[in-house]
Design a protein around this ligand. Structure first.
Ligand code: SF4
Length: 313
């Protein structure tokens, strides 16, 4: 659903404009049933060449490592075997979404389905395909993480691959493309002024920063979702929802509620990356003492009640 909103023209046309042919997709392609199985079998046996295997959804290894919880309809074979075989034939392998990347929501405790990602099980390297290079090009699995991932992350990765412009050093330690994973979701949030002054919302729908009370983890979350925004303007925090760090392994098992900030002695447990606790505490106190009245008041409202003071008439 997210990928269909790829801009500027939707997924299929955007790929076509870039000269990328979509060979088969379970929801978008006309072939279904035996015809779809023929396409997959031709790819699996090498009768039909293809460049990129995109896997969406967690890999279910259960019960007891057999993969029997997820049989590809009509084939009688577990999906894990299909993915293993197709990954050997593809030049590049993409995990699309945090489920395919790490196991995601389906791997939440107690993980009865034995869900893993393609090359990670949570934050542990391995997953279904093991560590290191895979696909005939030898790159690690490219992890288009997110729940869901931004459509631009998928499309731009495919474009870079089609141009031969993607190298192993373009990926971070979890296989996420650096062109988006070198940012934090916090960058560009329209609540940044409230963050600077630690002027926090106390309830959903208020304008203030969502970090102190309402669970926002964007200062720890790789992603440029507030810089490139979604569908022309949206993002989780722009819509009033806390960032849940969905591009990182383990986001599915938060400490406490998704929408509440866990604290010890009044200090948020999940501090911004790169910031020692003592600095954060000192800067917070300083910022709060310097908060303009306008920012302090607006933070607890659902609209601007105190506009910026005008210079001149
Ligand atoms: S709401 Fe989240 S993303 Fe926005 S400024 Fe606060 S911490 Fe950053």
């Amino acid at each position: 659903m997210s990928a269909l909103g790829a801009e500027p023209a939707g997924l299929v046309e955007t790929l076509e404009r870039a000269g990328i042919h979509l060979l088969w997709h379970p929801s978008l392609s006309e072939e279904g049933g035996p015809a779809a199985l023929d396409v997959l079998e031709d790819c699996r046996c090498g009768r039909r060449g293809f460049d990129v295997l995109c896997v969406e959804g967690a890999i279910l290894e259960g019960p007891n490592g057999t993969g029997g919880f997820h049989i590809l309809g009509g084939s009688g074979r577990p999906m894990v075997r299909w993915v293993e075989d197709l990954a050997k034939r593809a030049r590049y392998v993409l995990a699309v979404g945090s489920c395919a990347g790490y196991g995601g929501m389906l791997a939440a405790e107690p993980n009865s389905l034995e869900a893993v990602g393609l090359q990670f099980a949570g934050d542990e390297a391995g997953g279904l395909l093991g560590d290191g290079g895979c696909g005939t090009a030898g790159l690690p699995v490219i992890n288009i993480a997110g729940c869901p991932p931004h459509p631009g992350w998928l499309v731009e990765t495919l474009m870079a691959l089609s141009l031969g412009q993607f190298r192993a050093e373009d990926l971070d330690g979890f296989g996420r493309p650096r062109f988006w994973a070198n940012h934090l979701a916090h960058h560009g949030c329209n609540r940044n002024e409230y963050y600077e002054f630690k002027a926090s919302a106390a309830e959903p729908s208020q304008n203030g920063c969502l970090m102190e009370n309402l669970g926002c983890k964007a200062t720890q979350a790789p992603g440029d979702c507030n810089l490139r925004v979604w569908n022309g303007g949206g993002s989780c925090t722009n819509g009033g929802f806390a960032c849940i760090n969905c591009t990182s392994p383990g986001f599915e098992d938060p400490t406490g509620s998704f929408l509440e900030t866990p604290k010890i002695a009044g200090i948020p447990v999940g501090l911004p990356v790169d910031m020692p606790k003592a600095w954060f505490v000192a800067l917070s106190a300083l910022s709060k003492s310097a908060t303009p009245e306008r920012v302090r008041k607006n933070a607890r409202e659902d609209r601007i009640v105190v506009p910026p003071r005008q210079r001149g008439p």
